[in-house]
Design a protein around this ligand. Structure first.
Ligand code: 5RP
Length: 235
């Protein structure tokens, strides 16, 4: 069911790509659906992927790829998220790609986030810890400092029990925070910890949120759209 919701939102996102535009692509299963939808609609756009997995899929499906070094300004970024709050703050990094995603998003004039409705939350941190990319060097030291911010840090491991390694060759520490009252302050505080590369809090980061749900896809642009939508699906 959730897969159908993701697909409904992904197909709507693909419709936004028209003509010779430059498009940043995030990562994850929802973005993979966007890539598949784009492969069907075949726009003349050029795509800048933010992870090896998205790059591989987009390449296999014949999308034209480039890099941020070749294109400093993008027209649009399409990405997924793990949590979206009413102020369009996000938690990202379930796939460990938040560092590159944040860089690519920073180059885009417009950011479109594509999710299924289970990702909408009242407060960040309700369902997810904050993924933090850290240098493997002195990771214990970095984790101790992350704990001082009030969170519970846990090194992400693969099913084989080895540390999960990002596309940048680093580790991910998932930090659980009880309640995130001030995401912007926490984002900055985490990034000040020595050894941290980037974290998965994205503040006020979406111009448009496309939400797949039972009845198709909702387009949320404002906080009031978000609150109304959440009320309507609860009823
Ligand atoms: C990867 C991300 C993804 O966008 C996020 O984890 C959502 O993934 P999915 O669409 O598979 O639920 O931030 O770093």
């Amino acid at each position: 069911m959730v897969e159908e919701w993701k697909r409904a939102a992904a197909e709507e996102a693909a419709k936004l790509v028209k003509g010779h535009v430059l498009v940043g692509l995030g990562s994850g299963t929802t973005v993979a659906q966007v890539v598949r939808a784009l492969a069907k609609s075949r726009p003349k756009a050029v795509f800048i992927p933010s992870s090896f997995s998205t790059q591989r899929l987009a390449n296999e499906l014949g999308l034209k790829l480039s890099s941020l070094d070749a294109h400093e300004k993008l027209d649009i970024m399409i990405d997924g998220a793990d949590e979206v709050d009413p102020n369009f703050n996000l938690i990202k990094g379930g796939g460990g790609a938040q560092t590159r995603e944040k860089i690519v998003a920073s180059a885009a004039q417009k950011v479109v986030i594509v999710v299924d409705r289970t990702k909408l939350v009242r407060h960040l941190g309700e369902r997810m810890p904050v993924p933090v990319e850290v240098l493997p060097f002195a990771r214990e030291y970095t984790m101790k400092h992350l704990a001082k911010l009030g969170g519970e840090p846990k090194l992400r491991v693969t099913p084989a029990g080895t540390p999960f390694v990002t596309d940048n060759g680093n580790y991910i520490v998932d930090v659980k925070f009880a309640r995130m009252a001030k995401p912007a302050q926490l984002e900055a505080a985490i990034n000040r910890v020595p050894g941290v590369v980037e974290n998965g809090i994205f503040v006020n980061a979406a111009d448009l949120v496309l939400v797949g749900y039972e009845r198709g896809c909702a387009k949320l642009r404002l906080k009031k759209d978000f609150l109304k939508f959440v009320q309507s699906v609860k009823a």
